[in-house]
Ligand binder design. Structure first.
Ligand code: CS2
Ligand code: MN
Length: 356
């Protein structure tokens, strides 16, 4: 298992590579070329520069989160092949730079959604939170404006202004896309990229929808065990894998995460591990990684990963904002570092208990 932290690049992140390097057991980062729009080709030079920067700080670039998918591919418009060709070119360039893990999502219009970016918890920390009643009362534009107004001045991945400038047009474009069509478009995309992924040994790791149910009447296809199995079978090859994100899948308490992990043996190249606290149906807040701080059993989650011989890349996911840190919501240094140590501790204990 390779423990990493997500890093937003020297231009965007308040956390430095030097700080990440001092977190014991963290050997690499997951990053992306921020500023690239979905559909653009990433050149080898750009990828190499990013890789050199990470390596010169003594860390490894373990994978990309994300190479985002152009909406034409998700909608299935006639120009999608042009964007798929660009994606293939990017994958080839990544492969030639020896990068073999790519996280992506297939959510229409939005990436993850939260109703609050700084809900106060009883210990004085603040966390991202979701309340369905709040979401039901606002329109997508209002949600976008409110998230951006509360992001401490950081541009949050998935909520880039360019991407959301054409919100109304996008909703119109998705009008006839239901779950089935979206799924077919995903399979079409995966089959097209299969040869380049296999040639360069690139593992594609789809990120689950967050939250794991439809919002704003948009289709949702990566929400739980059944849907994941359907996708694994539709393109039944190891390159077609999953980013096992406990917080996203876990937004729906009915999802049994250890069971989902066990059902995906061999298909999890990347794991995002974090904890949530459920308050009521469709109201949850993010918690510290420690089991007792939230509703999830992190030991059982790590044990399930161990049981399926997980040897991929892992990172703590969103952390709380603590100790006065000013950072992108969910992506401060302190709580994610605590999370990484805790997960490494669980892993060591599971390892050693199996040795005896
Ligand atoms: C991430 C997602 O911050 C997060 O919640 O887990 O934004 C994730 O990076 C994307 O959905 C993957 O494409
Ligand atoms: Mn995640």
């Amino acid at each position: 298992m390779k423990m990493t932290l997500r890093w937003y690049g020297s231009k965007y992140d308040s956390v430095t590579l030097e700080q990440i390097r001092q977190i014991p057991g963290v050997s690499g980062v997951i990053t992306t070329l921020y500023g690239k729009l979905p559909g653009e080709v990433w050149t080898r030079d750009e990828i190499k520069a990013l890789k050199d920067e990470v390596e010169s700080a003594g860390l490894k670039l373990e994978g990309i989160e994300s190479v985002n998918i152009h909406d034409s591919i998700k909608i299935g418009t006639p120009d999608r092949d042009k964007y798929i060709d660009n994606y293939i070119e990017t994958l080839k360039n990544l492969g030639e730079e020896d990068i073999h893990l790519v996280c992506y999502n297939f959510m229409p219009v939005f990436d993850w959604t939260r109703s609050e970016l700084a809900r106060l918890r009883s210990d004085g920390s603040t966390v991202l939170a979701y309340n369905q009643d709040v979401i039901d009362k606002i329109n997508p534009q209002e949600m976008f404006d409110s998230l951006n107004a509360n992001s401490n001045g950081f541009v949050m991945p998935g909520w880039e202004p360019e991407r959301l400038a054409k919100l109304k047009d996008l909703f119109i474009a998705y009008k006839d896309v239901d779950d089935e069509k979206l799924f077919d478009n995903l399979v079409y995309f995966l089959k097209k990229i299969q040869p380049v992924c296999e040639k360069y040994n690139i593992r594609m790791a789809i990120h689950p929808d967050d939250p794991a149910w439809p919002i704003f009447n948009l289709p949702r296809i990566v929400t739980g065990q059944e849907r994941l199995q359907k996708l694994m079978k539709a393109v039944d090859a190891p390159f077609n894998g999953v980013t096992l994100c406990t917080g996203s899948l876990g937004s729906n308490p009915k999802n049994n995460i250890p069971e989902i992990i066990r059902s995906l043996k061999g298909r999890i190249p990347f794991a995002h591990v974090r904890n949530l606290k459920y308050n009521s149906d469709r109201d949850f807040e993010e918690a510290a990684h420690l089991s007792s701080d939230g509703s999830m059993d992190m030991f059982e989650i790590m044990k399930a990963l161990h049981d399926i011989d997980f040897d991929g890349v892992i990172r703590p996911d969103h952390g709380r904002m603590i100790w006065g840190e000013q950072a992108m919501p969910g992506y401060g240094l302190y709580d994610r570092a605590l999370g990484a140590e805790y997960l490494l501790g669980l892993w060591e204990a599971i390892n050693k208990s199996k040795e005896v």
